[in-house]
Write a protein that binds this ligand. Sequence first.
Ligand SMILES: [Zn+2]
Length: 157
Amino acid sequence: MSIPQRGDWQQLGNVRSGVLKALEDARVAKKISASTEAKVVLSADGVLLTLFQDYLKYLRELFIVSQVEVRNENIPAEMSREADIFTTQMEGLFRVTIQKADGKKCDRCWNYSVHVGENSRYPTVCERWQRGNQGNRSRRSGCGCRWLTAVASFPLP
Ligand SMILES: [Zn+2]
């Protein structure tokens, strides 16, 4: 991907507001009890779709959710009043769908991952924790995900 652009981060700030609203609605409706239980599906096309794809690896931490999926879908302007449709400063419409995250809950960071249970030595933790603790038995209490730190230092304008 290219070097992050300031304008992109402003758009992603708008996207984040929409996602947080959708997460809050899902929590109120008791579909999830915490954002880490959620998988966020972002649907858009054109410039917005490219933006989501370029920044996909940051989105999970930006929204503090377990998974993010991006789908190519045209959202026509006449749908702009529907509850799950949001807009950005570039006037691009996108849909936010909140689903239950795939996989099981990691004991260490509470994120959900389909890789929990794959490692017989550490059957209750996610692949991120396993990576962060490889060959480092003395520091098992630390989670390799470090997603809270990543959120705190996120370069939003
Ligand atoms: Zn974890």
